[in-house]
Design a protein around this ligand. Sequence first.
Ligand SMILES: O=P(O)(O)OC[C@H]1O[C@H](OP(=O)(O)OP(=O)(O)O)[C@H](O)[C@@H]1O
Length: 179
Amino acid sequence: MHHPPVTIQDKQFSIYLPERKILHSVEIVAARLSHDYRGKQPLFLSVLNGSFMFASDLMKEMSIPCEISFVRLSSYADMQSTGQVKELIGLKEEIRGRHVVVVEDIVDTGHTVAGLLPQLHQKGAASVEVATLLIKPDSLQHDLHIKYPAMSIANDFVVGYGLDYNGLGRNLRDIYKVM
Ligand SMILES: O=P(O)(O)OC[C@H]1O[C@H](OP(=O)(O)OP(=O)(O)O)[C@H](O)[C@@H]1O
C-alpha cells in the first residue's frame, strides 16, 4: 500500500509504522496479557486522549474477562517538586485490590507514567503494570519498568493511530514520523 507524506500544520510526516504492523504488535501484547492475567479480571485504565485507538484494538484481542475505564490526567503545579505532577481525574472504579493495567499510546520521557503509578499504588491496587503501544528508550528519563510495550521506537516525533500533533493526526490509521 502506498503511503504518501502527510502535512499537519507546519510539519511534514512520512510513513513509519503501517497499520498491519501496528495491529500485529497489538495482538502479541494482548496474547501476553491474556496469558499473564488469567483468573485475575484485570482493570485496564486507558489514559486519554492518545490511547483510545490502542485501547480499543487491545481490548478486542483480549481472550479473558477484563474491564476498561477511561481516565484523564490534569496538570497542576506540585509545590514540593520542581516539575509538574499530573493528577488522575475521572476515575470511578474502586482500585483497591484490583490488578490494574495502565494503557498508554506512548511512553516518551516517562514523566506521565512516573507520576501516575504512585497514585494507583496509593489507592491500594493489588498490582500495577503498563501496556504502551510505543516506547522511546532513548528519551526515557525515569527508572521505569514497562512490562508490556508493543513497539520500541527511536527518538522521533510521531503522529497517527491516536497520537497527535497539536490535536491533529489522531485519525490516521498508520503512524508517521516527522521529516
Ligand atoms: O512519557 P511522556 O513524555 O510523559 O509522554 C507521554 C504522554 O504524552 C502524551 O499525552 P499528552 O499529554 O500529549 O495528551 P494526549 O494523550 O491527550 O495527547 C501521551 O498520550 C502520553 O500520555
